[in-house]
Design a binder for this molecule. Structure first.
Ligand code: HEM
Length: 432
């Protein structure tokens, strides 16, 4: 590792991998400092370190060049895994083309905008059901009442998991997030796990619970196919062969986790942002045509995933910095989403941004988020349901964050709402 950029100022000694640094939210000043530095920042980590990619253009370049920045060598989180653990845990995220292309083809058809439109009505019914409880209480913990249950109920409907198991999926997914923090509350043998934790995603026995659940459901759908993604996965033939049992269970785990944790975070930060910027809610209420740009801004603002890692496959160069084969290269999405070279007034929540170039779903390339249309659909439907029903996020209190360097997570937050009964009545009349 050599830094060819020879900065005139000594580089900032900032540790953006320190999970404790996120206890009070993202350190925006740290990232601003790093973006302004020439070249890439070498962040010490676990006795060695990684190149921190914090500018928008650089994140896009890494994302789009898997031949230089590999997802298959090493893994996509910061820490290294032993070879057997990497093999056992390898999901779609830890492949490069062409192996990645094969896996991606299996699922991509199930997540197109057209497919997602099939779930709009069901999503609206789920949102209405959750908002009924919010209205009844005048608010409450937004994570528990809306942000956690909405995405999980939608993704399990798409996957084909029975609705009565929604809470179990949320529980398992919460434990997986815990695996990215310093505290793990689960004993290693939870959920009947007998596998060494290092072989499980996020080192969590909850991953075993998900594997087991997915395998059972997969077996069931192999015998009795239904119109759902699990049936599609177990029956799909790609290039003449089926997914292996390991490929299937890792897919199932990624879809439950990816479909749950991230959208939950976007809903939570988005709602908080509207409560804290009431003029933006008024603007949206008065101009429904801003819905699409509002959703993009919510996603930019929330930046639910903090980073993804690649590993240099060859000696290469980025932003004037020499990178050696084997070096870790880590993309920091929240920083890219506040890059002043791309966004005017990046620290302002502005739902009217034209051509919002947010890259919370990744900077393009083969791994661009499979669930991007789904997440956008869920956010659109939720905001629309709130507008139709005259529900306005009014105040925010008791924010409890998840101290993780991987997700921009919120454990709980009290949100109160004001309800305009006249709006609700007139829009119900229109919808009827
Ligand atoms: C606001 C919500 C979401 C955000 C911010 C988000 C973010 C991301 C990011 C940053 C990546 C990696 C991109 C890369 O490495 O280049 C990713 C990949 C992925 N996401 Fe999402 N995601 C969201 C919602 C979802 C949903 C709802 C699903 C459910 C299907 C999902 C499933 C996936 C999958 C399967 C991948 C791996 C794709 C691949 O490797 O080819 N995501 N997402």
């Amino acid at each position: 590792m050599t830094d060819g950029s020879a900065p005139s100022e000594p580089p900032a000694d900032i540790d953006i991998a320190d999970a404790g640094r996120y206890a009070n939210g993202i350190g925006w000043d740290d990232f601003r400092t790093l973006r302004a530095q020439p070249g890439l920042h070498w962040n010490r980590y676990n006795g060695h370190g990684f190149w921190a990619v914090t500018r928008h253009a650089d994140v896009c370049e890494v994302s789009r060049h898997s031949e230089r920045f590999s997802s298959a060598i090493g893994h996509v989180n910061l820490w290294d895994l032993e070879a057997d653990a990497l093999e056992a845990r390898r999901s779609i995220l830890e492949h490069d083309p062409p192996a990645h292309t094969r896996l991606r083809r299996v699922v991509s058809k199930a997540f197109t905008p057209r497919q997602m439109r099939r779930y709009t009505e069901r999503t609206r019914a789920i949102a209405d059901d959750l908002l009924d409880a919010v209205v009844e209480r005048g608010g409450g913990d937004w994570v528990e009442l809306v942000a956690a249950p909405l995405p999980i109920r939608v993704i399990i409907a798409i996957l084909g998991v029975p609705p009565e198991d929604a809470d179990y999926m949320v529980e398992l997914s919460n434990h997986l997030v815990e695996g990215t923090t310093e505290t793990q509350s689960l004993p290693p043998d939870s959920y009947g796990n007998t596998t060494p934790l290092r072989l499980l995603p996020f080192g969590s026995p909850a991953a075993w619970g998900l594997y087991e659940y997915g395998a059972k459901l997969g077996d069931e759908r192999l015998e009795h196919p239904a119109d759902d993604v699990v049936s599609h996965l177990v029956h799909a033939e790609v290039g003449g062969d089926r997914l292996t049992a390991t490929e299937f269970r890792n897919f199932f785990q990624v879809l439950v986790f990816g479909g749950n944790e991230t959208t939950r975070t976007a809903i939570t930060h988005g709602t908080m942002a509207f409560a804290e910027h009431p003029e933006q809610w008024d603007r949206l209420a008065a101009n429904r045509e801003l819905l699409a740009s509002a959703v993009e801004e919510v996603i930019r603002w929330a930046s639910p995933i903090l980073h993804m890692r690649r590993t240099a496959a060859v000696d290469t160069e980025l932003a004037g910095t020499q990178i050696s084969a084997g070096d870790k290269v880590v993309m920091w999405y929240p920083s890219a989403n506040r890059d002043e070279a791309v966004f005017e007034r990046p620290d302002e929540f502005d739902i009217g941004r034209a051509d919002n170039a947010q890259i919370a779903f990744g900077g393009g390339g083969p791994h661009f988020c499979l669930g991007a249309y789904l997440a956008r659909m869920e956010l659109t439907v939720l905001l629309e349901a709130m507008l139709d029903r005259g529900i306005r996020p009014a105040s925010v209190a008791d924010l409890v964050r998840i101290p993780s360097n991987f997700v921009h997570g919120v454990a709980s937050v009290e949100v109160t709402v004001d309800v305009d009964a006249a709006v609700a009545e007139s829009s119900a009349a229109v919808r009827a």
